[in-house]
Design a protein around this ligand. Sequence first.
Ligand code: UT7
Length: 332
Amino acid sequence: MATIGLTDGATATGILGLGVYRPERVVDNEEICQVLDSSDEWIQSRSGIRTRRYAGEGESLLDMGERAARDALASAGVSADQVGTVIVATSTHTQHTPAAAPQIAHRLGSTAAAFDLVAGCAGFCHGLAVASDLVRGGSSSYVLVIGVEMLSTFLDPTDRSTAFIFGDGAGAVVVGAADEAGIGPVAWGSDGAQSDVIIQTPRCEHIDEDHPPVVQMQGQAVFRWAPFAMADVAREAVKSAGLSLGELDVFVPHQANLRITQLLTKNLGLGEDVAVATDIVDSGNTSAASVPLAMERMLREGAAKPGDLALLIAFGAGLSFAGQVVRVPTLG
Ligand code: UT7
């Protein structure tokens, strides 16, 4: 069986548990088009999206992150007081200060080191890399990584380039030492020359929870860049894990747009036997939550099984990107 290679002497780490939270409220394209000048047919053909989920009345980013974190801890069989670090990857925690991570840690009954990580839609894969290195370096035995977004409140519902794309949700994993390598070396980087492509801008003078900034995106610029630049990053992640693309079982790219996923899969030349994540169809683009949410769906629906070799690649605002090969964890 193929094994993930590590830098000489590095400790083996793995994803020990996975948990997600999908808000109950399902929003279909018809509802979006009650305000947006678009159509169900256009949205599905250009993005693959049929529905997305929005947080319910009174439901907060902290609530969603906490729910996913609790499930991840239960799935890993790790208690909150064993966690040494909590990392929350998000770009939609309106307050910034205080950060979301210490507040979620507190709700879980943990006084672990806790900080937020802002790397747009690539935040979860950044968090996974940092978590793995914290365990390898001996700083923490267990690290909780939570990707959570509440993009529904950051949208202009009349903006044709963003209103139909984004959704809300949370996904979390517990990272710890493993008998066999379950998280490969990260391939990551940034292209700050394109920092204007995805931005958050104030919608009024005063930013608070009731008046969050609004996301604006040059969708075509992302489209021209991601399917090609991310193929190189994917190859680097696979190579640095000592593997070949043919040894992969599963591909979990950030769920930005179904057409980007399809083009990236084609550019990588992945075989028909590699299962490819398509959670965007029902969940929309949930930014830093999309990779764990997509992995959970594949496990739940049987497209992936525990122990499979999965390539994760995430990209977004920054522009920032990160990817690594992992072993798919057991669900629940
Ligand atoms: O999460 C990481 C960051 N974000 C992304 O990864 C998003 C990446 N980009 C995309 O997903 C796509 O660029 C979009 C889905 C946002 C847009 O799709 P597109 O195929 O790039 O559309 P376009 O902007 O090239 O527009 C094509 C046509 C235009 O009409 P004409 O000039 O061909 O007559 C637009 O006016 O579609 C029109 N259009 C729309 N029509 C209905 C643009 N937006 C809409 C809309 N509904 N929402």
